[in-house]
Design a protein around this ligand. Structure first.
Ligand SMILES: [Ca+2]
Length: 120
């Protein structure tokens, strides 16, 4: 089930996804809208490199992890981490990371970041 189809969220999210509103993000930007736009943009940049542009292949995921999160996830020092992360994220078992699966990674990292700052 796509994340945006969860219960009462779906009506609110449907408004957000109207093309007219999405196109206005750049004109009335807030920090959160900018962050969302960047998250989508990062996925898009790497998913378009080869094959299916709506998913990250193993190579695309590796490039994204090394370039965007290399130090944070220790993927530079330990390349097998990429396979472990792909295995953990690939909920539908197709060997690719789709946008929903990518958002699970982003959500997990955001939660870790939040918990770190709560303890500091
Ligand atoms: Ca998948």
């Amino acid at each position: 089930m796509p994340l945006h189809d969860i219960g009462c969220l779906s009506t609110s999210v449907r408004f957000w996804t109207q093309k007219k509103y999405i196109n206005s993000i750049g004109m009335s930007s807030t920090e959160l809208k900018t962050a969302i736009s960047l998250l989508v943009g990062v996925f898009d940049t790497y998913s378009k490199k080869e094959g299916d542009s709506s998913t990250l292949s193993r190579k695309e995921l590796k490039d994204l992890l090394q370039s965007e999160l290399g130090d944070a996830l220790a993927v530079t020092k330990n390349p097998s981490q990429v396979d472990n992360i792909l295995k953990d994220l690939d909920f539908n078992g197709d060997g690719q990371v789709d946008f929903t699966e990518y958002m699970v990674l982003v959500g997990a990292l955001a939660m870790s970041c939040y918990e770190f700052f709560q303890q500091s």
